[in-house]
Design a protein around this ligand. Structure first.
Ligand SMILES: Cc1cc2nc3c(=O)[nH]c(=O)nc-3n(C[C@H](O)[C@H](O)[C@H](O)COP(=O)(O)OP(=O)(O)OC[C@H]3O[C@@H](n4cnc5c(N)ncnc54)[C@H](O)[C@@H]3O)c2cc1C
Length: 410
């Protein structure tokens, strides 16, 4: 651990899952952190999130496994059905065999619960100070540090700065300057239902999704089975950009008109859906400049088809803290080493998330092929296909092994 009593803090911009994980990971290495969040309150949207075994490996490092597990649901299966015929295509069991293979579980959690676990952990550490209503609008690098200016007219001095400010990152525009993210042409509607409103045959203790033509629909339990998370995705070019607005339910029903009865039944249960216009970016190799770097969606925004954006942000946080410790406070060198360790892994997830999006929404021959290929797999073959993402070695190229060795040393 670094001994830097009386040190200038590291500034973290953004108090989402990535920013809080970064604050915690750095503080556990003995660094002081000032986190600046633009919102009045640190909170997450009221929806579910899936957590792969790879992020549990990071929770171990951060000392969060028990706290997360207290709020998480551990589903029995990942089930995929054809949204038109309603037939089951494949079922991946997440019990003993899965845990034996990946050493950690697959979980489903209510986002506000996950954020609160991180927040509670940060609040228990004296080295972390959290500031809300502080929207960062400018960053200047000085000879031996950085200064962040906020819209509220305050200035914060830091030894270095981490932009964990999400998809629409201000810090990315300062470091990379590559304009707006790409609109995917995919729209997501999300809602949470009390379990009593979910028809009994559809109350599975599993992550279940129906894959259709240019649509898919997801349902899974949350909070000990008190709630069900519902996600409907379809292709549409009607929307330019936007986030967390109320959508047009008529369009939602029209897009799902060809789907099987259970899907339409569940769609009909929701009175108030919230809509997201999905965006991502192509992978990049460099997202650090001097003492300023990026993390999470700010660095590598991805479509949600592999359910990994938040998992990647937490992996980033652990890797970043390891590199800072290794380079003994040479932040510029640490940030270069961090992006070097991360860009192929996060780039692979960005690219593969797009591929899976196409696969889930396939029609015609592609749909038949998908159902045939996935339907023919044994659970062991399915686990093998997930090795690059969830496995301890994180892929055959070795770049994951480097990262994992460092994670294990913490
Ligand atoms: C429909 C959908 C489903 C998903 N499902 C999953 C899933 O199952 N599993 C998974 O791992 N991931 C999932 N993701 C992805 C995941 O939600 C994101 O990747 C993750 O939340 C990114 O975290 P972050 O901390 O990088 O960014 P954010 O959560 O966007 O946090 C950024 C924070 O920075 C703040 N901020 C922004 N600008 C400024 C500024 N200038 N100054 C100060 N503060 C600022 C914001 O207010 C916000 O609090 C999903 C995404 C979507 C859209």
């Amino acid at each position: 651990m670094l001994d830097r009593t009386g040190q200038t803090p590291v500034l973290v911009v953004g108090g989402g899952i990535g920013g809080l994980a970064a604050a915690l990971a750095l503080a556990r290495k003995g660094l002081a952190v000032e986190l600046l969040e633009q919102a009045e309150e640190l909170k997450e949207v009221g929806a579910g999130i899936q957590l792969g075994p790879n992020v549990f490996r990071m929770f171990e490092v951060l000392g969060l496994t028990d706290a997360v597990s207290e709020f998480a649901v551990f589903p029995e299966n990942l089930i995929m059905l054809d949204a038109i015929s309603g037939e089951e295509v494949t079922r991946i069991p997440l019990g003993e065999g899965f845990r034996a293979k990946f050493k950690h579980p697959y979980a489903l959690i209510y986002r506000p619960d996950l954020l609160n676990v991180l927040l509670d952990a940060c609040r228990k550490v004296d080295l972390i100070r959290l500031h809300t209503s502080q929207k960062v609008i400018g960053v200047e690098e000085t000879r031996d540090g950085v200064t962040a200016r906020t819209q509220a007219g305050r200035s914060y001095a830091g030894a270095a700065l981490i932009g964990a400010d999400g998809l629409w990152s201000t810090i990315r525009q300062i470091v990379v300057g590559d304009g707006k993210p790409q609109v995917a042409g995919h729209i997501t509607y999300r809602a949470v239902l009390p379990t009593t409103e979910v028809p009994e045959p559809l109350r599975r203790w599993s992550m279940t999704f129906w894959a259709g033509e240019k649509v898919h629909f997801v349902i899974y339990p949350l909070r000990g089975g008190e709630l069900y998370n519902l996600v409907a995705v379809f292709h549409s070019s009607r929307y330019e950009e936007g986030w967390d607005s109320f959508g047009d339910p008529a369009e939602l029903h029209e897009r799902f008109a060809k789907t099987c009865e259970p899907v339409r039944l569940l769609l009909g249960k929701i009175e108030s859906w919230r809509m997201w216009v999905l965006c991502d970016r192509p992978p990049i190799k460099e997202w650090s400049r001097g003492r300023v770097t990026l993390l999470g969606d700010a660095a590598h925004p991805m479509l949600q088809y592999l359910a990994q954006g938040a998992c990647m942000a937490v992996e980033d946080a652990v890797c970043l803290a390891n590199k800072v410790e290794e380079r003994q406070g040479d932040f510029a060198a640490a940030f270069k080493a961090y992006q070097q360790a991360r860009y192929l892994r996060t780039g692979r997830v960005q690219i593969m998330a797009r591929v899976y999006g196409e696969f889930y929404h396939a029609s015609g021959v592609a749909r038949e092929l998908r159902n045939m290929m996935l339907g023919a797999r044994t659970p062991e073959q399915a686990f093998e296909s997930m090795e690059w993402l969830y496995g301890e070695d994180m892929g055959p190229t070795g770049y994951g092994r480097v990262f994992e060795r460092e994670g294990a040393r913490s």
